[in-house]
Ligand binder design. Sequence first.
Ligand code: ADP
Ligand code: MG
Length: 364
Amino acid sequence: MSRLDKIALKDFRNIEQVNLEFSSRVNVFHGENAQGKTNLLEAIYFISGLKSFRTRKSRDLIRSGAALARMKGLVTDSWGSSDIAVDLKSGGRRAMVNGRKTESITQYLRILTTVIFSPQDMALSGSEQRVKRKYLDRAVFQGDLFHLDRMRKYERVLKQRNAAIASGAISSGDNGMEPWNEELAKLSVQIRNGRSQALDGLIGHIREIHSEISGGKEKIDISIDAELGLHGVDGIMEHLEKIANNEKRRGHTLFGPHRDKVIFKINGREVSEHASQGQRRTLALSLKLALLQWVEKMEEELPAFLLDDPGSELDRKRLGYLGERLSAWKGQIFIATVGKNDVPMAPTTDIGVFNIEKGRVFKS
Ligand SMILES: Nc1ncnc2c1ncn2[C@@H]1O[C@H](COP(=O)(O)OP(=O)(O)O)[C@@H](O)[C@H]1O
Ligand SMILES: [Mg+2]
């Protein structure tokens, strides 16, 4: 199990300064609305994953009026302890391990693994495909550290390829696009294979959890709708040649895993179009609990599970189920909630309860 023993924050969101020691099991952040509960959870998520689950802008995370947000954490796993730290400016961030700047982001990301369930997850049942691909990519990364680099490389290739198409520099008939096409094809195959394998690994967990919550009444299916399917590099390159004129007309790349669709179906009907609010909630919760199980399986260390305001999205029945799962879960848990007892869990002595008020945190 990797756990966050301590955190120190300076000028993160509305938190001017805090120093906290956490329980190795359950930590509850409670308080009124708009006090900073989610902010604290967001800081934990950020220091573990170097990104937020709410914003892509560093500026949002830095306390108004401050130039720099500072996060420090002490993480312990079965190998020992590490100090991790992030300095965040609007221009960028600096991540450090044991006082030294990290050479590899991937290495940093391995230190503290977290999975979050938040109201943002309701978007997984919507029509925005980017969110769903991201869910799968998160799972792929857990089993394959190179996935992150690969995705970044893919984005770069895509950008350059789009620029080459748009500039019209390459006239039809010559094979100026070939190097781009080959890169694109190779990466496409790798990314799609990764996603497809991750889905194969996740689907059993998702089905089981979903069926438990829905009392066995609902069956979920997930598929990836990818043009050409899992074609090899040559097949893709041929295809790219065929669509070259079309791409020129449209001015950008018309093929690739950035366009793939992830389709969720409940009892044969597509979720984004037909599912009820309750079904969407069950789906979001199942996806995240399944991801937690998957991460647990791929890692030597148990991840930490972060829950943002589960009471706002889940009804009593689903909260009851979540409570049972959390009670049985051995990893570290952080819950941001309005009421202290929103998630009914088995009593534990290893619990830290924190009250948040106007960005200040009081341990009770
Ligand atoms: N960069 C920032 N600087 C100062 N305050 C901020 C910043 N970002 C958000 N806040 C404040 O944080 C509060 C919301 O905190 P949040 O953690 O979302 O509340 P909750 O306790 O409901 O989860 C709001 O009062 C908001 O104004
Ligand atoms: Mg909140």
